[in-house]
Design a binder for this molecule. Sequence first.
Ligand SMILES: Cc1cc2nc3c(=O)[nH]c(=O)nc-3n(C[C@H](O)[C@H](O)[C@H](O)COP(=O)(O)OP(=O)(O)OC[C@H]3O[C@@H](n4cnc5c(N)ncnc54)[C@H](O)[C@@H]3O)c2cc1C
Length: 348
Amino acid sequence: MHKKIIIVGAGPAGVGMACLLKRCKVDAIILDQGRIGESFLSWPKEMRFISPSFTGNFFGAVDLNAITPDSSPAFGLQTEHPTGAEYAQYLRDIVEHYELDVREHTKVMKIETQKPFRLHTKKELFTCDYLIWAGGEFQFPTHIPHTTRIRDYSALPRTKHIIIGGAESGIDAAYHLTRRGDEVVVLDKSAPWNERYSDSSYGLSPYSLDRLRAIQETGLATFIDEHATEITQDHVQTENHTFSATFPALNATGFDMKKSLAGELFTITDGYPEITEHDESTKVPGVFLVGPRVRHEGAIFCFIYKFRQRFGVVAKRILASHHPSIAEYADKGFLLEDLSCCGNECEC
Ligand SMILES: Cc1cc2nc3c(=O)[nH]c(=O)nc-3n(C[C@H](O)[C@H](O)[C@H](O)COP(=O)(O)OP(=O)(O)OC[C@H]3O[C@@H](n4cnc5c(N)ncnc54)[C@H](O)[C@@H]3O)c2cc1C
């Protein structure tokens, strides 16, 4: 099957991008190896959104977790901090509303990068003129031997847990485990619990800071600003401490995009794909990146309310014209081209 545009990934980046293309009447299809919102469906069931949803659309402040200017997870889901399953439902509702062409359970296994691009799946060969990579990062976690990823807090044994990584996921783990009465040790040399930034791409979000205070009140958590230097089945070693472990340490150290097909489509430096000012691959022209790994110098687009601001940039580049829908997206903050504003700390 040939399409002008193929999007790989039916998460918020891929679905959001497809909505704008649909409004511009462009022929596009989304392929996903799992279900719509597969990453969110894989979150531990207790995990909730960090960024709040709020029904501000009528006053020109689009819900932070919305992927189109005319929708609001707060309104649709009737909650401020959706669970992963709830957010996946929001994505499914959007797909139905926009009548998007999504092929679930269609894993792209190989991509040939001479034009037209050839995408190999088990079922079918797809070809396209433009490829939008929206494969995300959640499904490609960093691997550390003798550690485990958290899928379900209630399935973890009642013991003292060692958490490797003190950013959002590490704080989430510490919160849930101390709440049920478990002791935790959180290891992270950069000590995010001590840092304060106005950009949550660099430091803990207000939601996690609230939780940090709740964790500290339990007296059950120890925060160590050192990295693990040795991890085995029965102990974790840092520069100055040794912790014995009865259960594998919990890995909250993030993701490795090189493990996905993105590693072949982009030159990846320090974990971020190299892209042009239009978010096009510097390695394979015609391939675009949408999602949390979009980065332009200090501006990191790792939240939905950030990376949605580049949907208009990509659409404008591919369509090489200014469709009225792109102008509408620009008005609603979904087309951020001038990045000079990014990176300034708040005054107060
Ligand atoms: C614990 C946690 C909490 C978070 N909280 C927030 C928050 O509060 N607010 C916020 O804005 N962001 C949050 N994020 C980040 C947010 O989840 C991501 O930024 C977002 O999921 C990225 O969207 P995406 O569409 O790029 O990727 P994903 O949602 O990961 O979607 C990628 C899709 O691509 C598919 N895929 C991958 N490879 C292939 C292939 N080869 N073939 C076919 N399909 C493929 C996958 O199945 C998946 O469905 C959080 C992330 C984590 C891990």
